[in-house]
Design a protein around this ligand. Structure first.
Ligand code: AMP
Length: 331
């Protein structure tokens, strides 16, 4: 495994934690990997990339992946999650949580039963609840950080094509195909390493971005109904009724948010999707920006995330004007 300057720097920064992480992975025969609810490419790709890395190097360990499956990524892109009854969690195991640092957003609360808990994340807002907490907000994707840590392990390990593929999908997803400002020399060093593991970019991009003809109806609806605020906040609203008409699920509401990413005069762009889940009925908001730091407003409206890619929620559409005004005030 190659270790270039940028990768060695990560090893140095997290030396103590990483030595401990390698020890824990070696020590535990039962390991459970978790990530956030409503998973995206980075959450699932990092979780499964790490799963394959551990299985490939320690075939006798029992490794499990937990959380909700994605409505369209599973099984097209990612394997199914494991389903275990509560009794599985009663014997000692190591919990590794990736791409999330808030307890309430971890997809399966049984991570708490882990004898040791490790968090590896690139989000700024984090709670202190783990034995090892490795957070680096400068990384474009959680997978970029995880791969860098694995490359800095002291032992000699293999990186299979399957592991590299999952990690690569994660990185492409969260860096917006290496477009977002979080993309760095380190991002490309990790991408280059993953490509050197023999993955097929053609196959990966085909699987990630191939659309159905029906998807064009969703795009058409959005282009006919979006609004732009006085300061250049573009947004579209997908009520439950519209989602049914367009035959999409709530998770898919944000899929078109980046339609507005390269339009002069549009500075911030959002999707607003009604979620009728009786546990928490709300309107889920995905916010993206080119220059403006939006995670402060996201935090004000029940969410959080990165400087240029955040999530928030409002209870009713009556709150929408206040939310758009808060974004306008940033500009
Ligand atoms: P999304 O718009 O759902 O793709 O989320 C964009 C980014 O913001 C992702 O990195 C999410 O993990 C993060 N995010 C979304 N919703 C929340 C939330 N309620 N609290 C904290 N972070 C969030």
């Amino acid at each position: 495994m190659r270790k270039e300057k940028e990768i060695l720097e990560v090893g140095k920064k997290f030396k103590k934690e990483n030595v401990e992480l390698e020890k824990l992975i070696k020590k535990y025969d039962r390991i459970a990997i978790f990530r956030h609810i409503m998973p995206d490419y980075d959450a699932l790709g990092t979780q499964l990339g790490l799963y394959h890395f551990i299985k490939d190097n320690f075939p006798n360990k029992e490794v499990k992946v937990f959380g909700d499956n994605h409505v369209t990524f599973t099984p097209r892109l990612f394997q199914e999650m494991d389903k275990e009854s509560d009794s599985w969690f009663n014997k000692p195991f190591l919990s590794i949580i990736v791409d999330v640092g808030n307890i309430s957003r971890i997809a399966d609360p049984r991570f708490q039963k882990g004898e040791k808990i490790v968090v590896i994340d690139h989000h700024p807002k984090n709670e202190e609840f783990a034995n090892i907490h490795i957070v680096d907000t400068s990384k474009a994707a959680a997978s970029e950080l995880v791969v860098s840590l694995l490359l800095n392990f002291k032992g000699k390990y293999v990186f299979s094509k399957e592991s590299a593929k999952n990690f690569y999908i994660a990185m492409v997803g969260d860096s917006g195909r290496f477009q977002y400002s979080s993309t760095s020399a380190h991002t490309f060093k990790i991408a280059s390493f993953l490509i050197s593991c023999g993955i097929s970019l053609n196959e990966i991009y085909g699987a990630m971005y191939l659309k159905q003809i029906d998807d064009l109806n969703v795009t058409a609806y959005i282009l006919n109904h979006y609004e732009v605020s006085p300061k250049g906040v573009a947004y579209y609203v997908l009520s439950d009724e519209v989602q049914r008409k367009l035959k999409i699920t709530t998770e898919r509401g944000k899929e078109n948010v980046n339609l507005f990413s390269n339009i002069e005069g549009i500075n911030i762009w959002c999707s607003i999707t009604q979620d009728t889940d009786p546990k928490e009925p709300c309107w889920r908001i995905s916010i993206r920006s080119r220059d403006y730091v939006i995670n402060g407003v996201a935090a004000e409206f029940g969410g959080g995330g990165h400087k240029q890619a955040s999530g928030a929620k409002i209870t009713t559409l009556d709150e929408l004007p206040k939310f758009i005004e808060a974004l306008d005030a940033l500009i």
